[in-house]
Design a protein around this ligand. Structure first.
Ligand code: DX5
Ligand code: ZN
Length: 216
C-alpha cells in the first residue's frame, strides 16, 4: 500500500513558519496537516481561515484541514475558500454530520470524518459511500506531543475492514513516531500524521526515516 505522510504544522516554529513549511514541502510530504482548534471543542486555540489562506500562498502541497470546532458547519465555506483540499469534521461535534459532508462537497473539497479515541468505528458506517477520508485520533485532540493510545490499533483494523474496496484514505493522527509508525501502517492506515516527531531536528532526515520504516 502506498502510504502518505502528512506533517502536522502544529509543531512548526510559528516565528519561522515559512522556513518550516518550505522544509515540509522539500522533504516530499504528501499533505500539510492543518489543525484548527476553537478553544471550545478542544482546550486549545490555533488559527482561522485568514491564516490558512495566507499559508496557501507559500505552500503548494494539498492542505488536509482537521477541524476541531464545536460548530464546524459555520466555518466550512471559509476554510474551503481559504484553499483546503480535504476538510475533516469530528463526528462528536455539534450539528448534523450529513449537512457538514454536503457543505464540504458543495465547495468542491474532499470530505472526511474524524473519530476521537472514545468514539466507536461504527458511527462512520452510514457515511462510508460519501467520504474520502476517515481520520482516527490516536490521542485526545487538542495538543501535539502526546503518547499513542494503544487501543487505536484495533480501531484502525476495524475501519480498514469497513472500508473494503472503497477508495477512502484511512488517516491516523497523534503520537506517531519512529516507534509507533510501523504498527499503525501494518494495521491498515495509509495516511499518517506526525507533528512533534517530524519537526524535531531535521525534517528531511525524519521524513527519510519514516519512508524507510514504511518500506520495511
Ligand atoms: C492533535 C492534533 C495533531 C497533532 C499531532 O489534536 O490533531 O495533528 O499535531 O501531534 P503529534 O504527532 O505530536 O502527536
Ligand atoms: Zn490533527
Amino acid at each position: 500500500m502506498n502510504v502518505k505522510i502528512a506533517p502536522s504544522m502544529l509543531s512548526a516554529d510559528f516565528a519561522n513558519l515559512e522556513r518550516d513549511l518550505k522544509a515540509v514541502e522539500k522533504s516530499g510530504a504528501d499533505f500539510l496537516h492543518v489543525d484548527i482548534m476553537d478553544g471550545h471543542f478542544v482546550p486549545n486555540i490555533t488559527m482561522g481561515p485568514d491564516q490558512v489562506a495566507q499559508l496557501r500562498k507559500t505552500v503548494s502541497i494539498p492542505f488536509d484541514v482537521h477541524l476541531m470546532l464545536s460548530e464546524p458547519l459555520k466555518y466550512i465555506d471559509q476554510f474551503a475558500d481559504a484553499g483546503a483540499d480535504i476538510i475533516t469534521v469530528h463526528v462528536e461535534s455539534e450539528g448534523d454530520i450529513q449537512t457538514c459532508i454536503d457543505a464540504i462537497v458543495k465547495k468542491g473539497v474532499k470530505p472526511g470524518l474524524v473519530l476521537s479515541p472514545d468514539t466507536p468505528a461504527e458511527v462512520i458506517k452510514p457515511y462510508l459511500d460519501q467520504i474520502d477520508m476517515i481520520l482516527i485520533m490516536a490521542v485526545y485532540p487538542g495538543f501535539g506531543g502526546q503518547s499513542y493510545i494503544a487501543g487505536t490499533t484495533r480501531k484502525i483494523k476495524e475501519c480498514r475492514k469497513m472500508i473494503g474496496d472503497r477508495s477512502i484514505d484511512l488517516e491516523v493522527d497523534g503520537g506517531i513516531n519512529f516507534n509507533t509508525l510501523k504498527e499503525v501502517v501494518d494495521a491498515g492506515a495509509n495516511v499518517v500524521v506526525s507533528g512533534s516527531c517530524l519537526f524535531k531536528g531535521e525534517m528531511r532526515k525524519n521524513m527519510e526515516r519514516f519512508k524507510e520504516i514504511i518500506a520495511e
